[in-house]
Design a protein around this ligand. Sequence first.
Ligand SMILES: Cc1cc2nc3c(=O)[nH]c(=O)nc-3n(C[C@H](O)[C@H](O)[C@H](O)COP(=O)(O)O)c2cc1C
Length: 164
Amino acid sequence: MSEVEAIDPKHFRNVMGQVPTCVTIVTAMVDDAPVAMVIGSFVSVSLDPPLAGFFCTTESGTWQELRGADVLGVNVLGADQIDVSNACMRAPEERFEGLDWSVVDGAPKIAGTTAWLTLTPNQVIDAGDHEFALCNVTHIEASAEPSEPVIFFGGGYRTLAPKE
Ligand SMILES: Cc1cc2nc3c(=O)[nH]c(=O)nc-3n(C[C@H](O)[C@H](O)[C@H](O)COP(=O)(O)O)c2cc1C
């Protein structure tokens, strides 16, 4: 019988650092205050019906706030918005300080993103030490200008090389 390899969590994290991800800010209005969390696991799930989602660690206090919201905003950050991601890694109450944002369709929209979506909750699915927030997609828009994304890879932010 083949033995199952024991996976060290730190090694797993390092290896998964080789998988590039998007950088999004998932937002909501909770008790009239804006809430934000940096999410790299945002993914489209289904075109018809339109579904998308993301994974959150069960240890996140911010996720506990987001999960009760009626509307979530997904702000997809561009190459020139690494400072926005850094801002949203500050203490929860400081995350919107200095940011250009407004409430659009019920959720905080950050100016200058490459794409903006709104979601409504569909299901929260257990996923080990994370939960998967499966959501209905209720609005989508992409920047009218050609735009480049910021990528998270190998524990840091990267931008793409020009197309060959
Ligand atoms: C680029 C990047 C991507 C991240 N992606 C996720 C993610 O997909 N899920 C998650 O739970 N945490 C993710 N995090 C970490 C959370 O953003 C961070 O731990 C969270 O803001 C903790 O907030 P809290 O202490 O307010 O709960 C990411 C952080 C960075 C910098």
